[in-house]
Structure formats: structure tokens, C-alpha cells
Design a protein around this ligand. Structure first.
Ligand code: ZN
Length: 719
């Protein structure tokens, strides 16, 4: 997953430079760290009560600066490309401060922070909207396009920036007038508020549910690591005697569904998860869908999907439907066969009747063990976090000619340049370019472990600093994972999934950090069509299935042994285990999302939504969802995470990433020389070009042709 630090970079924003001298009741303006420009955010100095006064100052300054810039544009003292330079200077302080607030929301959430965020958010949106609806700026950007002479002098990346901003401003309602614009703005505010409520509700519901188990017979089947984690969460030192605390936090939920022999327990945790936030979020999703449609209509689009697709690589809903349908036709028969096989397997295992949703993961895991005779748990000892990191960095060194090194924390010294973090487990790294005498080109924070009490689930990469030659800034990334924390004296031992997740997020990080584009608006992941943005991340995951790469770092933390050949082969085969069902599930989510945002009539409300879910499930699932299933009510990707009418992007990008990796397979993954050459090419095109060119053009430069879905189906084993 990928999170944008504040809102989209493409919006227009402004600021002029001098702090407003305004007296605030609290002393939180003087010495407020959010009001100063820092190379890196001063996390140790930032307090929640800094947020409101800082944002008030910054936003008011920003607004004045927009007015100032408009005046300059109107009297022709600023024109052409310079507008973007001015905008960037104005934007940066707000971006920096708000970026920190958004980041802390995800990794250090608290009631106070939430309140501050909620209080400031409307003002942030209102102010940003004002600049994105500036007619002066819009007209001035149009002039850049109209003046052929000026236009031709711009680089391809600059031209894309102008085009993208014009589209973005149109989609921000710059051409709307009077009542229509007012309504548009109201909707935007309400949608932002609803998204925040939606994700807070999910977080709350996740936090609220827990189950204390005291009877050891109830945890039969739990692997040692799960016993240890749940005992630790219950504050117990004895992993065999308990008590054990079960939560909906993924490192617990996933393994419980896979391993708990106690069927009732599985049902209980499964139901808690799929009904989570069901009551509170049902009206919210209905409202969100209806507002999104109204907003799209105001902009003259038929539906939210049309609005979303205009700025995506796929371009229109037909192209998405075509790919989804093409893959469904392959996945469905495959999934049906798998389901029948699984049912048979479960029956042999003693299970009676049909498989309920809380049974499939469990039996699928048993079937996997039987067929491939290994458990996810067997792999953990080979994947200690420090070793995995070393392996990942070495791979990047080989492919992209960079060197990555950890920079120690500079705790005591709160100077402008000191590295401060929000938690003791977070570390900080520099990326050096070996092409260029080890020049420092980028940095990143890594927050590796799950902390359910304050950190959102899942994993993501977000932007801390965007590359900008104008501001003399190098890219800095936040990499956030939710891996298993170290238990007792052992290092953090990762599951294979956690390893691939880390590689995935690092792929995003690489595109952000190795950008060759000097303009913040399309450097790194900025300005990239959303459905192409998962290319580098999914590409990186492929390396986790290449034995020599894995051997270079996966050493048993006690014995130092590498993973046995047969075991590794099983890992690769296991990836294809029930592959049809896995692909179908993703297509189901994608189809659901697209249908909700295109053909669906939002006035049908939650009942209509659930009816649609069941209709789509007929073609996209082999066993229909339960009537009580409310997974949509915690489907944060599309209701709070920026993937609305865009969930298909994972598959769209996987077509690209699989096809890109196939290029490496074609030259031979063990052919060091060719791999390195291709790696550099990948770095120069896919990783380097950012949003500076249309992704199809970038891809063609890397691959010599457009991508096909063949490699995706082959890698997944769906045939
Ligand atoms: Zn991702």
C-alpha cells in the first residue's frame, strides 16, 4: 500500500515567506517546531498542542501568499514556469507540517492527536481548495500551453506538470461557478471528514475487540510464535500456561485463522473481523458513494469512476473491465476446482459438510502443509529482520548501483539536522549513489514492528521529503511495516509474507528515492498514474522467490544454515497454492470497487450496496459471502485510502511488474552481468522517470513493448 503524505501533490498551493505576527493564547507559536523549516522533522520536539496553532499560522500565511501570487500573475510580474517555482516555495511549509501530522496519525495515533487533526483538517482543505480553484493561476497555466514558443522550451516532465495541474484544477472545480462551486467545496470537506471517521472507526473497532483465553485446550494448533505473541499481549510470561490475548491486529488474526483447531474460536475471530465497524461505517460508506457521485456530476463526469480514470494509465472503465474480465475467465474455473479439492481435503480431514469462510484459511493451510510439508512458521528462523535488510540492500546495490547504510540516531542533539524518530524501534538510513562517488542521494525511516495501540495496520511507504532541486532537497521516505516484534531474546523473526511486504514497500521507496526528476511535482512517485504506481513495489517482491537472492540473506538465526533446496521449492510451489482463488478474490474487490463507483446508483443506500456485493459475488467468488459480511465497512483502501475506483490498480500494475520481471527472467536471473545491465535500465526508466512521462512510454523504453498479462498468470500459476 502507498500513502500520500498530505494530499495529492498535484494540487496548487501557496505561501510567501514571513511569519505572521499574531498573538495566540498559548505560547505555542514561539518556538513551535512545526513553524520552522527543518531538514528532517524534529519528532522529539513536536507535541500535539503544537499542531493547531502552527497550522493556523501556516494556513493564513499560505492564503495571503496565494493572494500575492495572483496579484503578481495579474500584473504579469510572474508568468510561465516561474509560477510553479513560486508555488513550491509557498507550499513547502504547509506540506512539511501537515505531512508530519498525517504521518503521526498513522504511526502514533492518540485521542488528542485525532482531535487536533480533526479540528485542523477542514481549514487545511478549505485553504488548499482556494488555491486549487484560483482562476488567475489556471488561466496563467493555460497561457503556457497556448504559447507554442514557451511550451516547446519546457522539458517533457515540465509539460506533464502543466497538463496534470490543469486537469487537477479542473477536477478541483476551478471552472465551476457560484452555487455549484460552493456545493463542490462542501462535498469535498464532508468527504474528507467521512474518510477520517471511516478509518478511525476501523481503528477503534480493531482496538476494541479482544479475547482473553485462559484454557490451553482452546489454543490448540497455535504455533509457538503465535502463543508467544498472544501471551505477551496478555502480559503473561508463560507461553504454555497463558493467558493469551487475541486481537484483530493482523499478526494475530491471520495466524489464528490459519492454525486454530478450535473451530468456534476461528468463527468468533472471523466474524469479529468481517463485521468490524459494520454498524458505524455502513451509513458512512453509503454517504461517501453518494457524495462522490454528486461531485463527479458537478464536474460533468458520469460517475466517480470516470473522474478517477481520467488521470490513470488505464484511461477508461472499459480498459479496466476488459482486463478484469480477461483474468476472471482464467481465475474462476481455476478457483472452482481448488474449492472442490479443498472441500474434499477437509472432508478427509474429518470436516463435515460445506466449508464456512472461517474454515477455508485453516484447511487451505493444512492442505498447503500436506502438499508442501512446511508451515510458515518453519521459515521464520531464517528471516531475522537485520539479515533480511542486509539482503535487500545488497540486492539494490547490485541492481541499481546504490549503497545503503544506517545512520545512528542523534537523540540528544536537537539541531536542525539531527535525526529524530517517533519511536525507539525506528531507524534511519542513507542511500548513496555508487555511480557518483557515493554521493548521498536520499534517506528513509524504517518503522518495522506492529504496535496496535497506536499504529495503523498494514504496511506503507509515504513521502517525508520530496526531491526538489529548487528547494535543494533530497528525497526522504517513511517505510512503515507491521512485522512481528522481537520476542524475548530472539531478533525479530519475520514470516515470509512479512519479508515480501518489506520488499514491496521498499520498491515504492526506491522509486521515490532514486528519482532523476528534479521537480517535486513529478519526482519519485509524484505525478505517476495511480495504476502504475505499484509496478516497482510488486517487481521487488519477485526477488523473494529467487533462491540465490534469498540464500544471500536467509540464514537460520541460530545455526546460520540457509533454507534447504526442497523447502525453498515448496515455498515457491506454495505461492501457487490455490492461486486461482487468490486472484479471483482480488478481482472481486476490484470489480466491487469499480461497480460501486460507476454503474451503482448510490441512492439505493446500504441495502443496495449489499445487494450489489452479493450479485458480484456470484461471478467473482466460488462460495458466496455471508449475509452478515460487512467487509466493505472496513475496506479502507477505497473508503479512506485513495484507491476508490482504483483498486484494480494492484492487478493493472502487477501485469506491468510481472512482465518487467519476466525481462530479467529472459536474460537469466543468475546471469549477473545481464542482470546488472537490466537493473540499471530499470533504474533509469521505471524508477528514475517518476511522473515525468506517461507510464506507457516509460515502460516501452524499458521493455521495448507494452506489457501483456502472460507473465502474471504464469507467475501466479493460474493456467
Ligand atoms: Zn504498494
Amino acid at each position: 500500500m502507498l500513502k500520500l503524505a498530505s494530499s495529492s501533490r498535484r494540487r496548487i498551493a501557496v505561501y510567501t515567506g514571513h511569519l505572521l505576527k499574531k498573538n495566540f493564547a498559548s505560547a505555542n507559536v514561539t518556538g513551535n517546531p512545526l513553524l520552522k523549516t527543518h531538514t528532517l522533522p524534529p519528532f522529539k520536539l513536536i507535541r500535539v498542542d503544537h499542531i493547531e496553532p502552527a497550522m493556523e499560522v501556516l494556513l493564513s500565511k499560505y492564503e495571503k501568499s496565494i493572494d500575492g501570487l495572483e496579484e503578481q500573475i495579474d500584473n504579469k510580474s510572474v508568468a510561465g514556469w516561474n509560477i510553479f517555482n513560486e508555488l513550491e516555495l509557498i507550499e513547502q511549509p504547509v506540506e512539511d507540517a501537515w505531512g508530519v501530522v498525517s504521518h503521526l496519525q498513522g504511526v502514533k495515533n492518540s485521542d488528542d492527536l485525532r482531535k487536533a487533526h480533526e479540528k485542523v483538517l477542514p481549514n487545511v482543505i478549505k485553504t488548499m481548495t482556494k488555491s486549487s480553484q484560483s482562476v488567475s493561476i489556471y488561466k496563467a497555466l493555460e497561457l503556457i500551453k497556448e504559447d507554442t514558443n514557451q511550451w516547446n522550451k519546457l522539458s517533457k516532465a515540465q509539460q506533464r506538470i502543466v497538463d496534470q495541474n490543469l486537469t487537477a484544477m479542473r477536477n478541483q472545480g476551478v471552472n465551476l461557478e457560484g452555487d455549484q462551486q460552493q456545493r463542490f467545496n462542501e462535498i469535498k470537506m464532508e468527504l474528507a471528514d467521512l474518510s477520517t471517521k471511516f478509518s478511525n472507526n476501523v481503528l477503534d473497532a480493531t482496538k476494541e475487540w479482544s479475547l482473553i483465553i485462559t484454557d490451553s485446550s482452546e489454543i490448540e494448533g497455535f504455533p509457538t510464535s503465535l502463543k508467544a505473541l498472544t501471551a505477551q499481549q496478555a502480559g503473561s510470561n508463560d507461553i504454555e500456561k497463558g493467558p493469551w490475548k487475541l486481537t484483530l491486529d493482523y499478526p494475530v488474526l491471520g495466524p489464528v485463522l490459519q492454525h486454530a483447531r478450535n473451530r468456534q474460536l476461528r468463527e468468533q475471530i472471523y466474524m469479529a473481523n468481517v463485521t468490524k465497524a459494520g454498524e458505524v461505517n455502513a451509513p458512512i460508506i453509503a454517504k461517501i458513494l453518494s457524495l462522490r457521485k454528486e461531485k463527479a456530476n458537478l464536474l460533468n463526469y458520469n460517475c466517480h469512476a470516470d473522474l478517477s480514470l481520467e488521470t490513470k494509465m488505464a484511461g477508461n472503465t472499459d480498459n479496466v473491465d476488459e482486463l478484469v474480465e480477461q483474468l476472471r475467465n482464467k481465475a474462476y474455473p481455476c478457483a472452482l476446482k481448488e474449492y472442490k479439492k479443498l472441500t474434499k481435503f477437509a472432508n478427509l480431514y474429518g470436516h463435515k459438510g460445506k466449508l464456512e469462510p472461517w474454515d477455508t484459511t485453516f484447511f487451505s493451510e493444512r492442505q498447503r502443509e500436506k502438499l508442501f510439508e512446511f508451515t510458515q512458521e518453519e521459515l521464520r528462523p531464517y528471516f531475522s529482520l537485520p539479515d533480511v535488510l542486509t539482503g535487500l540492500f545488497t540486492l539494490c546495490e547490485k541492481l541499481f548501483n546504490v549503497h545503503i547504510m544506517e545512520v545512528s540516531n542523534n537523540d540528544g542533539n536537537n539541531t536542525n539536522d539531527s535525526v529524530q524518530t517517533w519511536h525507539e524501534d525506528v531507524s534511519f538510513f542513507h542511500v548513496l549513489s555508487k555511480d557518483n562517488a557515493n554521493e548521498h542521494i536520499a534517506s528513509f525511516y524504517l518503522d518495522p514492528y506492529s504496535r496496535p495501540e497506536e499504529k495503523s495496520g498494514g504496511a506503507w511507504m509515504a513521502v517525508c521529503r520530496q526531491r526538489s532541486d529548487l528547494l535543494d532537497r533530497k528525497p526522504v521516505a517513511y517505510l512503515t511495516c507491521n512485522g512481528t516484534p522481537p520476542i524475548k531474546d530472539a531478533p525479530s523473526l519475520m514470516t515470509f509474507v512479512e519479508v515480501t511486504t518489506l520488499f514491496h514497500e521498499f520498491g515504492h521507496g526506491l522509486q521515490h528515492m532514486l528519482t532523476k526528476i528534479p521537480y517535486s511535482r513529478c519526482a519519485g512517485i509524484a505525478g505517476i498514474e495511480w495504476d502504475a504506481v505499484e509496478l516497482p513495489s510488486q517487481f521487488m517482491e519477485n526477488w523473494c522467490y529467487h533462491k540465490p537472492t534469498v540464500d544471500s540473506f536467509a540464514k537460520h538465526y541460530q545455526t546460520g544454515e540457509t533454507i534447504d533446496e526442497t523447502l525453498f521449492q515448496k515455498v515457491c510451489d506454495a505461492k501457487k497454492h490455490n492461486a486461482g482463488s487468490a486472484l479471483l478474490r482480488q478481482l472481486y474487490f476490484g470489480k466491487m470497487d469499480m461497480a460501486l463507483h460507476s454503474t451503482f446508483n448510490p441512492s439505493l443506500g446500504i441495502d443496495g450496496i449489499l445487494k450489489l456485493q452479493h450479485e458480484i459475488a456470484e461471478d467473482y467468488t466460488v462460495s458466496p459471502p455471508l449475509n452478515t459480511d460487512r467487509f466493505l465497512c472496513s475496506f479502507s483502501h477505497i473508503f479512506a485510502g485513495g484507491y476508490s475506483a482504483g483498486y484494480y490498480s494492484y492487478i493493472w500494475a502487477e501485469v506491468l511488474s510481472a512482465d518487467a520481471f519476466a525481462a530479467f527472467e529472459e536474460v537469466g536471473l543468475d546471469n549477473e552481468k545481464h542482470i546488472e545491465g537490466l537493473g540499471r535500465k530499470f533504474a533509469d526508466t521505471v524508477l528514475g522517470c517518476g511522473g515525468g512521462e506517461h507510464p506507457a512510454d516509460v515502460y516501452k523504453r524499458f521493455r521495448g513493448r507494452l506489457a501483456t498479462a502472460d507473465a502474471l498468470l504464469r507467475h501466479r500459476g493460474v493456467v
